[in-house]
Design a protein around this ligand. Structure first.
Ligand SMILES: [Zn+2]
Length: 243
């Protein structure tokens, strides 16, 4: 099915993509993005894709308003909203370009997300960086779309200050707290090749959650006492670290 603003169109113009500052993505990722008949899940790279452990390339000032950058942003937006006509209902609360195979420093964050399905206020951040973190930390569950059945409890600073650029190239400095601060940290980690699992040192806090168990895990805060663990070896196997 071909939507009005499909991923295919959003990767154009091709000659620009192949120019002096090419969009960095694997051949496999390119094929996946160019293939229109796909579900949202198929647009994500596989959990063992090297792009997920790589430091993504920044967007230079002269690139901010370029067609290449606009194309990447359109791709990321398309994935978050899926094929939904109603753009008030994003499917994800955050996404980093490397997750769809594009190793550039662009994230999308739902700054209105509170963790239980509210209407989003999704914003694009270019070259986001955390310049301050609170000493106080809190724990909450995290998961990640490409490896959705692996979840876990991650402790993170409760407040952060970030610098970045808007889509229009305007410099911004913002403070965020709570769940939004957590999304920023999770997504900015992706730009640095870090996944949430690497923040979990206590194996009891690394969980295995089947799709049908998510409502219990997430909405009923089942994560606080989850009995199904994901052994570290299982995660390493998923990541291709261990065969
Ligand atoms: Zn993630």
């Amino acid at each position: 099915m071909r939507g009005g603003s499909s991923v295919v169109e959003c990767l154009l113009p091709k000659e620009k993509v192949a120019g002096s500052n090419p969009v960095h993505r694997s051949k496999e990722a390119t094929e996946r993005l160019l293939f229109p008949a796909q579900t949202m899940k198929e647009k994500f790279v596989k959990p063992d894709d090297p792009v997920l452990v790589k430091i993504a390339q920044g967007i230079k000032p002269e690139e901010v308003e370029s067609p290449e950058t606009a194309a990447i942003i359109e791709c990321v937006i398309d994935v978050v909203y899926g094929k939904q006509a109603d753009r008030n209902k994003p499917l994800l609360v955050g996404l980093a370009a490397p997750q769809i195979g594009i190793s550039r420093r662009i994230v999308l964050i739902d700054v209105a997300a509170r963790g239980k399905g509210n209407i989003g206020d999704l914003r694009v951040y270019i070259n986001p960086e955390i310049v301050w973190k609170s000493e106080q930390e809190s724990e909450w569950y995290e998961g990640c779309y490409p490896t959705s059945r692996v979840c876990g409890i991650v402790s993170r600073p409760t407040r952060i200050r970030i610098l970045g650029l808007t889509q229009e190239g305007k410099s911004i400095e913002e403070e965020h707290e709570g769940y939004t601060a957590r999304i920023f940290q999770h997504e900015i980690d992706h730009l640095n090749g870090i996944e949430f699992v690497s923040h979990i040192t206590d194996d009891d806090k690394l969980h295995w959650v089947e799709e049908e168990e998510f409502p219990e895990y997430r909405n009923n805060e089942g994560w606080r006492k989850w009995s199904k663990k994901c052994p570290r070896e299982k995660w390493e196997k998923i990541k291709g670290i261990q065969q």
